[in-house]
Design a protein around this ligand. Sequence first.
Ligand code: GDP
Length: 424
Amino acid sequence: MLTAIVGINWGDEGKGRMVDLLSQEYKIVVRYQGGNNAGHTVVNEKGKFILNLLPSGILRDDTVNVMGPGMVIDVEHLYNEVKTLREGGINITPANLKISDRATICMPYHKLLDCLEEDRLGDAKFGSTRRGIAPSYSDRYMKKALRMGDLLDMNYLKSRLEGIVEWKNLTVVGGYNAEEVTLDGCMEWLEKYGGFFREFICDTTEFLGAAAKNNEKIMFEAQLGALRDIDFGIVPYTSSSSTIAAYAPVGAGVPGCKLDCTVGIMKAYSSCVGEGPFTCELFGEKGHELREAGGEYGAATGRPRRVGGFDIPASRYGVMIQGATELALTKLDVLSYLKEIPVCVAYEIDGVQTQSFPSGDRLKRAKPVYEYLEGWCTDVSGCRSFDELPEKAQEYIRYVEKAVDCKIKYVSVGPDRDQYMVLD
Ligand code: GDP
């Protein structure tokens, strides 16, 4: 049984907590794309954990976690993440963490180039998290990236890095007039942080291929939502990887496998970090109240998130490109303070209303068409079944389900492990 858990919106939908919840049934959890440019927050009986690189299954005792070839890994960040989790009592060993020898290493010069370019762009910046993700993926396509497996042969790695550093300095020094990157500096960094992971690095394709053949239950965990996908998202304000479910088997390293199930995580309202078109955005007091109610501040960066009502055109599109077979609606409890719940039912572009999600400049010109549904004004965080929810909350769930045309199977009403319900 191969299941992907993916985001339907702009990210921060609560994927981490849903993976934490659903991973109980899975022996293996795999991250298949991205780097430490986003964060999952998981709250369980051991405490509150922020995961940027590690798969969420790492918090469960019997789960094997895989970091797939589709990922870019900043080994210094991973080193610190592992250290923090171990200090929090989480057991991390080569038995429960396997890192693909094909995954790309995100180097300090990638971070540097990310920052230099964002600074150069000034007001036209992409809103990068400045963690070197785009430059790492670019180098991968240029065939000039180092891979985790290279750490197993430092002589070979050094011979490759020599040429790469020379090439990097053409841009760093020649283009940006910044301080040159040194081979020794890079080697030292790689040995200190990358060397730590040698025993975790293996052929995860072999491992997962065998597990899939054995009909084991494998979960693929996405980072960032559908609208941040490099091809189908709000280009260029996207991530630099494929966040969609269809990429999961490829990025996980088992391209021949097919998904059996795709669970889309969709938030009961909208939030978005950084730049780019966000049609349903609410401003002023309305936006402020929703941001505070939902605690909408980035897990990786602490940046305040932009917020809006549930966005039907964007969410329907997200469900479609993810090929979601079922949905989890998260953070329903956050809307309890509202007498009237704002829902963006359509976009208006050049005076014409549409329910389709546009691309390019049409998206930038889109204006939200808002309607208001009656709120329930009751605390729902203690509800554990659909029947326990107030009628207006039930109506909201059914309304959203119909609008995006996909079954809502789970509803979460709080960040704790047991604050959710399963719908028939
Ligand atoms: P992810 O990247 O998709 O995992 O999302 P984040 O971790 O950035 O954001 C989800 C945040 O919402 C975390 O702080 C969660 O603990 C919290 N959260 C998840 N589900 C719920 C919920 O149903 N209600 C509330 N109030 N908070 C939730």
